[in-house]
Design a protein around this ligand. Structure first.
Ligand SMILES: Cc1cc2nc3c(=O)[nH]c(=O)nc-3n(C[C@H](O)[C@H](O)[C@H](O)COP(=O)(O)OP(=O)(O)OC[C@H]3O[C@@H](n4cnc5c(N)ncnc54)[C@H](O)[C@@H]3O)c2cc1C
Length: 500
């Protein structure tokens, strides 16, 4: 399986309930020790593909009398650079970049190079819980239409796989569970009833469940903490790693015909621009240059600002999106366990945490590391029956350490709703969500640099929004007009000259 979860650090000997979370097993979805460095430093292991090209080119160079190893390496690089040219170069193979590669390859005749500093799923994508839900989204907000469209594209994608004889439970981890928004106070129940009305009016089938109905349908939920719930029939979930595998499997079908190339372990260090036209013409990776004929798409999630900051200061153009890492813990309790869930569960407080910090961003009160850690309960079962418990949110720079206190808070929170989790064993996954300071992803061309397109800042919704983002980007590359409702995602007026 190409889509890897990185290191398992320690064995699990103790339950969540104890203070001994030091014995936690960790799946780090993110493996950058620090923000990427763009100083032209060489990596020792060039990617497999470029080594392959070198094997072909070196004998040719030797025939020309170039025998010095150093000279040979330099000359090989020059040839590699000339060899790698694609219509579209996508930087970042998280779900957004990979979905974009998939959409371009399957719907156009353009060729694509997909580049990542590590491997697919090294970023936030590897930590994703996988819910493709409308339950927590506000009708009328910028993200509403994008999420609705994104969700329908996942359904189409699943349908296509099914038509090709695939089982979408095993190939995507897709489960039509619906989602349950659980209120634990009477006040929350009143708000929930209004919430249901709003979503019903916006075309989302939803039903109010009394506490008795909730406990009857979801017996693992503690009756004492449920004051009412809203059930959203059409919400579903996917498994992030399986889905990435499915996308990669599809794009690799285009490799043999020369339309697709993946370059992993290849951090992009510089963007290349034509001095005459100011147009973007490619990117530089440690092993050489990769040229683009049509566009370079920046889909580097939480690392987007760092990359663009470097470019911005060199070119003297405001190119930096205000995207910062928002750390999240997700707990994974491997089966067998005794928690039964028929739907995906989210507590109503999740909405407060989600929208509170977003509106802070909109009003310009930049969230900082001092904003603290917010924890709210979400619970889903993955296709193997593992219980996934989400999640925390905090601004901690690029730190990806597992925090015992955060895990304890998450377990405590989850145990209020699902008392069975108290003494269970599990793993933690850490991911850095790409948080956009105005609450909207940035999707679209950068005005001053023709051919440069951003696709970043999806925070906690990147899985849900990936296919819709991919479609918008592909349209932009082909100069097909996107619907007006998606204009607010354009980067225009939202880029700065340098990171503060
Ligand atoms: C705990 C948790 C739970 C979540 N649950 C959900 C959920 O249920 N539903 C949902 O929709 N979303 C969820 N999300 C959010 C979702 O995971 C993210 O929004 C999404 O993964 C972002 O995808 P991305 O492709 O933009 O970024 P990433 O997945 O972070 O990918 C960016 C990639 O860029 C690469 N990169 C960085 N710099 C460079 C460089 N210079 N050169 C080359 N490559 C580079 C990185 O290695 C990385 O692979 C969750 C997130 C977390 C943390």
């Amino acid at each position: 399986m190409e889509c890897v979860m990185n290191s398992t650090i320690a064995a699990v000997n103790q339950g969540f309930g104890s203070r001994a979370n030091k014995a936690f097993s960790v799946e780090r979805s993110l493996f950058h020790p620090a923000p990427p460095v763009f100083n032209g430093r060489e990596i020792r292991i060039p990617c497999k593909e470029l080594r392959g090209i070198a094997r072909v080119l070196v004998p040719k160079l030797q025939r020309r009398g170039i025998t010095s190893r150093r000279t040979r390496r330099r000359s090989t690089r020059a040839s590699i650079a000339a060899a790698l040219e694609y219509d579209v170069v996508i930087v970042g193979a998280g779900v957004v970049g990979t979905a974009t590669a998939h959409h371009i390859l399957t719907t156009t005749t353009l060729s694509v190079a997909l580049i990542d500093a590590k491997l697919p799923c090294s970023g936030a994508t590897g930590a994703g819980q996988g819910y493709i839900w409308m339950a927590h989204r506000k009708p009328g907000t910028a993200g509403w239409a994008l999420a609705k469209h994104g969700k329908s594209l996942w359904e189409t994608f699943a349908q296509e796989l099914q038509e090709n004889g695939e089982n979408v439970l095993t190939s995507l981890g897709l489960r039509h569970t619906g989602s349950l928004l659980v209120a634990s106070t009477d006040d929350q129940t009143r708000s929930l009833r209004n919430w249901i009305q709003d979503l019903l009016q916006a075309g989302i089938p939803s039903t109010y469940w009394t506490p008795e109905e909730v406990v009857h349908k979801e017996p693992s939920l503690a009756s004492g903490c449920v004051a009412g719930a809203a059930y959203f029939h059409e919400d579903f979930q996917i498994d992030a790693a399986l889905t990435m595998d499915a996308l990669l499997k599809k794009v690799r079908e285009y490799e043999a015909g020369g339309r697709y190339k993946e370059l992993f372990y290849s951090p992009v260090q510089q963007l290349l621009r034509s001095p005459a036209e100011g147009r973007i013409v490619g990117v530089e990776i440690p092993a050489g240059k990769v040229f683009s004929r049509s566009a370079v798409v920046i889909a580097t999630g939480a690392w987007s600002s760092g990359l663009m900051n470097n470019v911005s200061s060199q070119w003297g153009i405001p190119l930096v999106p205000l995207v910062k890492p928002r750390k999240g813990h997700l707990l994974v309790i491997e089966g067998p366990h005794n928690i039964q869930l028929t739907s995906g569960i989210m507590e109503v407080d999740y909405l407060a945490n989600y929208y509170k910090t977003r509106s802070q961003g909109r009003e310009g009160a930049k969230p900082t590391e001092q904003s603290g850690v917010s924890v709210s309960m979400t619970a889903t079962l993955d296709p193997n029956g593992n219980l996934l418990l989400g999640s925390s949110r905090e601004f901690a720079g690029f730190n990806v350490d597992v925090e015992d206190e955060v895990i304890e808070r998450m377990v405590e929170r989850a145990a209020r709703f699902l008392p069975g989790v108290k003494n269970m064993k599990g793993k933690a996954r850490i991911g850095l969500r790409p948080y956009s300071s105005d609450g909207r992803p940035l999707i679209g061309p950068v005005e001053d640099v023709p051919g440069l397109i951003l696709a970043t800042g999806h925070e906690g919704s990147g899985l849900c929004l990936a296919l819709a983002t991919a479609e918008l980007v592909a349209n932009m590359i082909q100069e097909v007009e996107n619907p007006a409702e998606f204009l607010s995602f354009l980067p225009c007026g939202r880029l700065v000259s340098a990171l503060a």
